[in-house]
Write a protein that binds this ligand. Structure first.
Ligand code: B12
Length: 149
């Protein structure tokens, strides 16, 4: 079954080129992509994930304010009952010179399943998402077998 991914640039960020490339790459890889565009609020991401029964939400941020823009994001996801949706974030996630491993640790801590820097090849994100979604379907299958057994 074709999996739907929600894509957008969070907060007041207006950098559009990266998500346009990601949209094309994920579509070419066989995903249905709902591109919410730039300056997308947390609520718009969550509502779109719910409405489209999305497998994943891909958040982009380039302008350096991702930490503030993502505060409370996973709480909203949980409140909408969407804990099973895979969440990725990528881009220039902090201002200026930065230790990316610290940045990665911060975003993992607040709930993102994977964190990508601005050097990421879209193919690597696609490969990661395929692996994560396959793993999730296998887990769901195992759980339903356990329940019915
Ligand atoms: C073009 C540009 C602009 C244009 C944007 C035009 C537009 N509508 O897109 C304009 C001039 C408007 C602009 C404005 C600003 N910009 Co600007 N901009 C750039 C620039 C030069 C290129 C961005 C770009 O298009 N790259 C090409 C695309 C293909 O790459 P990308 O965006 O990085 O996306 C790839 C990856 O990051 C990754 N990726 C991105 N998101 C995600 C998400 C996931 C899930 C995954 C897996 C991967 C992923 O995959 C993408 C595709 O390969 C960068 C510098 C640079 N060289 O990156 C600065 C840059 C991003 N801008 C910057 C800044 C500070 C701003 C402003 C705040 C400046 C100001 N004071 O006004 C404003 C913000 C305005 C706003 N509200 O957003 C800084 C951010 C600094 C930081 N994070 O520490 C940068 C890095 C410049 C710098 N070195 O200081 N900008």
């Amino acid at each position: 079954m074709t999996k739907t991914v929600i894509l957008g640039v969070i907060g007041s960020d207006a950098h559009v080129v990266g998500i346009t490339i990601l949209e094309q790459a994920f579509e070419a890889a066989g995903f249905d992509v709902v591109n919410l565009g730039v300056q997308t609020s947390q609520t718009e991401f969550v509502d779109a994930a719910d409405e489209h029964d999305a497998a994943a939400v891909l958040v982009s941020s380039l302008y350096g304010h991702a930490k503030q823009d993502c505060q409370g994001f996973h709480r909203q996801i949980a409140d909408a009952g969407l804990e099973d949706v895979t969440t990725y974030i990528g881009g220039n996630l902090a201002v200026g010179q930065d230790d990316f491993e610290e940045t990665r640790a911060f975003f993992r801590e607040i709930g993102f399943d994977r964190v990508f820097d601005s050097e990421t090849d879209p193919e690597d994100a696609i490969e990661a998402l395929r692996a994560d979604l396959d793993m999730r379907s296998a887990e769901t299958e195992r759980e339903s077998q356990t329940v019915s057994a």
